[in-house]
Write a protein of this length. Sequence first.
Length: 282
Amino acid sequence: MTNIKEYRLNDGTRLPAIGLGTVNVRGAQGVTSLLTAIESGYRLIDTSTNYNNEGMVGEAVRRSAIKRGELLISSKLPGAAHTYDKAVQMIQEQLYRIGIDYFDKYLIHWPLPKRDKYDQAWQALVDAQKFGLIKTIGVSNFLPEHLDKIIEKTGVVPATNQIERHPYFNNNELVKENKKRGILTEAWSPLGRQLNDVLENETIMDIAEKHKKTPAQVIARWNLQNDCLHVVKSANYEHQEENLDVFDFELSTSDIKEIDSLDKGEAGRVEGQHPNEYEEFD
């Protein structure tokens, strides 16, 4: 197993610096790919009700030779369940679907400020943690004003904030705002999905050639050296192993600046999902 760096969260929880994303990974093929990932060394598995694959994740957990206590299962609260009572029920329902007794990590998927109920949702997560349903609680796609509102209302600071972050949308200002509040940044879609050509970008390819690594490995290092948890999806065994093989080299300051210079601002978002505007599907 690869010796994966760990992050210590503001609540004392430790998480591996690389997690496995599961968006669009489903069914029997999904179970197989998840089992190969666990065999490769992944321990943090990131899912969501809106990924429609909780059953697949649960099946892989049951079939895995790795004990449940060594696997970290993370899920997210959908926008349809932002009221307090609905959120508590949804968390319980998701646990039943996966077939586990608790989530190791759980996030509010989107703030949905137009509905303005995310503070209720956060209170539900705070209480679910007290009930023992969740080990560590966090948010996803929250901007500074959303973070400050829930912290002021509950006195509880999220442990993590999972945000869009890749070379064409580095989101560096939000990474800094998270750090100021003691919140660990998680990067979703760090390779930009299939909607852009980040893995074929000449700057990244040149840096990769210099270090004798792949573009995907360079992007992983870019995240890790910015203290961001790298949540990367791959159903391919070779790519899964490649994505973990990133702890034997280091990017220079100039490498990181070059990658940062690729940022396209709002135009770089993979699907134009601005947290103040995006209405999550129910």
